[in-house]
Design a protein. Sequence first.
Length: 182
Amino acid sequence: MRNTIIFTIIFGLLIVLFFVFKKGLDVKTEHSEKTEYLKEDTSKNMPLFEFTTLEGAIFSKYNLTENKATIIVYFDPDCSLCQKSGTVFSKFKTLHKNSNVLFVSPSSIKRIKKYQEQFNLETISNITFLQCKEDAFYNTFKELSTPTYLIYNKNQKIIKIINDDVPVKIILRYIKAAQIEA
């Protein structure tokens, strides 16, 4: 009888430990899914791309000012999180002034210009707005969610890919890091 009680207690504890361990794995998986928006691959060079300026000219990576960090923002003018991107780049001009900043969208030129004007970004000389074909951005950068921030250092190597809604201070920290990283 006593052995049966001890066996039952041990068996019960093992079941509880199993579920606690399983719950820990679920939390770890959930955490890794939440941090997926901070992808890193520092070996990737900026791919060759060709998008169109709002004036209809071709713009490629060869049009970027050399020896400057480059921030590429893939956005949709109607996306609420992308509205935050416009606010960030409008408010923190001094932080990104030594960078090439490209806002790229498959939206119509009319909608892109409206977004540009909404945040007074047309007056900031280092920001260029570009239009791409629907699948061109994904085919080039393998990213499709909006907003996506691709942050390259002065040598055109990726230092961070940020997807989804992240705190502004994280975006600004990586922009600053890209400007000083060689």
